[in-house]
Design a protein around this ligand. Structure first.
Ligand SMILES: *Cc1c(COP(=O)(O)O)cnc(C)c1O
Length: 227
């Protein structure tokens, strides 16, 4: 959210029939939980709105008959996926802050890019001039083989100095569900798997202070230089 491609923020629905967004607390804006579906296709829009409310429509134009002002029709087997009003209040106020949140994220990412790019065992997230990245994450790739260190040991070391790393994501085809049901195994998606071997997500969120991001850089670079 907030990213642009060729200076256009509305790029996503240009290339996709449906765009889904998550408003989980770690995302650019939050409603506590939940998300949204964006589409320019009115048929999909109607269907999603019906599914959200028990498969029910109150739009006379979509009903097979009309018994009166109270009348509605259940046309699909739907769900109760309505967001609460309380969450909407939070979402509306978050939306006003989106531009600032994105700027903060870009500022932190830029300083990470500059400070990490001098190390040949590190690969910073790739971008180019047609993209204004929104930096939901900052996936830093580390060549752990050259470091003679496992990723788990690196996590542990960073945790000891108060830096909480994450990994986005574990390749989905290696999850037990997919292995059991689709017989995937390692080697099936080499590029995703080697990315997984190298990637760590380092802290990146709007309220991260300069001192905190400098601490992240200092600990990671100090640790790498000491190896
Ligand atoms: C946040 C996120 C999800 C999960 O979204 P939910 O709203 O929790 O369902 C899945 N994939 C990516 C890439 C995400 O960033």
């Amino acid at each position: 959210m907030g990213a642009s491609y060729l200076d256009n923020k509305q790029y996503a629905v240009k290339y996709a029939d449906i765009v889904i967004q998550s408003y989980h607390p770690v995302k650019h804006i939050t409603t506590g939980e939940g998300g949204a579906i964006l589409t320019n296709n009115s048929e999909i829009d109607d269907k999603v709105r019906r599914l959200r409310t028990h498969g029910i429509t109150r739009d006379p134009a979509q009903m097979e008959k009309n018994d009166g002002p109270w009348y509605y029709e259940m046309q699909d087997l739907g769900y109760n996926y309505r967001i609460t009003d309380f969450q909407c209040v939070l979402g509306s106020s978050q939306l006003e802050k989106l531009d600032r949140f994105v700027l903060e994220r870009r500022k932190i990412a830029k300083s990470y890019d500059e400070l990490f790019s001098g190390f040949d065992i590190l690969t910073v997230p790739k971008t180019n001039s047609s993209i204004d990245h929104a930096y939901h994450l900052y996936p830093l790739q580390i060549d752990f083989e050259k470091l003679f260190l496992t990723k788990a040991a690196f996590f542990h070391k960073m945790k000891q100095v108060g830096i909480n790393l994450q990994v986005h994501y574990i390749p989905v085809h290696l999850q037990p569900f997919y292995i059991r049901n689709y017989r995937f195994k390692s080697g099936y998606c080499n590029i995703a798997e080697s990315f997984y071997d190298r990637v760590v997500s380092i802290p990146l969120y709007p309220s991260l202070t300069d001192a905190e991001s400098e601490k992240v850089v200092a600990h990671i670079t100090k640790f790498i230089e000491s190896k």
